[in-house]
Design a binder for this molecule. Structure first.
Ligand code: PEP
Ligand code: CO
Length: 362
């Protein structure tokens, strides 16, 4: 966290995956309104989550992070999701840190189903034109949702849409800047460029920050960690590994690179985003691939001497048939990528938990 950090610092850097708003005046009006709005989460809770994540990084707890790929403006089934978290937490050998993808997971860094749909916060499903008013709606939905979350279920989302994120940064009396848009924010695999706007933005926040890791080299990761967590604050940095089939070769050098520097980030596995293929207009994910990557991650972490700190899952309490290859329910309701239904999520968590307990793995 540099002394000169400011919420608008990102504007001097190249910002990937941002919509082009046609009406600059309308955009500025929304930004100004959100800058005056109450934060969606409190700094006390942000700090509490960071302490819990520090426990996970130290190997005394496990992170369970999950929820929709993309939230919509429909009312979320919070009770259902909280129940799913409880169910999954009960399968783990250590206390779980429960972190939902919710109350702000409205922006997507890609074209979804062939349309330039960047998520509900940017444009309507049938409207290509980015509309800044949607940020106001997203804020209202997020605030309502966050207010209904049960105690100890924290909120997280990808900090993708930077005008929205900047508008929700606040400064505490002690001088710390923090994001009121969610307890934990993460940077996606497509927006984690070292000299890019998203890294510059996240670097100054007091919140826990996650980074998705697909194809990345050890040197790049070292520099990323230095930029985002220069003070090496326990619980600050969560590395969300979503490498896919190449994890066996690609992950060990990354873990070693940070270990050699004495860093103790929280390492978790997202076993879905690296195992996604195109199958016509929709994405295809197979349960066995997710199970395999979660197990491989646990085995590699063990043999590299760091805690396998948990899972990041796209999942839903609905009994859907979005992920294929076993335990499917019926139907597809995801606005974006295929999500695990409850039985499939249990299968992944069970495999991960079993792999944690295998002393001679890898
Ligand atoms: C996501 O989590 O929905 C996502 C887009 O992930 P990634 O950045 O890892 O591709
Ligand atoms: Co996704």
């Amino acid at each position: 966290m540099t002394m000169n950090w400011h919420p608008a610092l990102w504007r001097s850097r190249p910002a990937a995956q941002q919509p082009a708003y046609a009406d600059a005046g309308a955009l500025a009006a929304v930004e100004a309104a959100l800058a005056q709005a109450p934060p969606i989460v409190s700094l006390d809770d942000v700090d509490a989550l960071r302490r819990e994540l520090a426990e996970a990084a130290a190997g005394r707890a496990l992170l369970l992070q999950g929820g929709d790929c993309a939230e919509t403006f429909a009312e979320p089934d919070i009770a259902g999701l909280a129940g799913l978290f409880d169910q999954l937490a009960g399968m783990l050998p250590l206390p779980a840190v429960r972190l939902a993808r919710i109350a702000g997971q409205f922006a997507k860094p890609r074209t979804v189903e062939g349309r330039v749909w960047r998520g509900e916060i940017v444009n309507g499903r049938d409207a290509l034109e980015p509309d800044p008013e949607r940020m106001r709606q997203a804020y209202a939905h997020a605030a309502t949702t966050a207010g209904r979350l049960p105690k100890r279920l924290y909120a997280s989302h990808e900090a993708l849409l930077l005008p929205y994120e900047q508008a929700l940064v606040r400064q505490w009396d002690d001088g710390r800047w923090w994001s009121g848009s969610g307890h934990m924010l993460w940077i996606g695999d497509r927006t984690r460029q070292l000299d890019g706007a998203h890294v510059a933005f996240a670097a100054g926040l007091a919140n826990p920050v996650g980074v998705k890791l697909g194809a990345i080299g050890a040197d790049e990761l070292r520099r990323l960690a230095d930029l985002i967590d220069p003070e090496r604050m326990p619980g600050r940095l969560t590395l969300i590994v979503r490498i896919g089939p190449k994890i066996d070769a690609a992950l060990p050098p990354l873990i070693r690179a940070l270990r050699q520097e004495g860093r103790q980030p929280l390492w978790v596995s997202d076993p879905l985003h690296g195992n996604t293929s195109r199958g016509g207009p929709r994405k295809v994910r197979r349960l066995a691939d997710a199970v395999w990557e979660a197990e491989a991650f646990a085995a590699i972490a063990r043999s590299e001497g760091v805690p396998a700190g948990g899972l990041h899952l796209e999942m839903t309490p609905e009994d859907v048939a979005e992920v294929s290859g076993g335990l499917e329910g019926e139907g597809w309701t995801s606005a974006c990528d295929p999500r695990l239904n409850p039985r499939q999520a249990e299968a992944v968590v069970a495999a991960f938990a079993a792999a944690l307990g295998r002393r001679d793995a890898a």
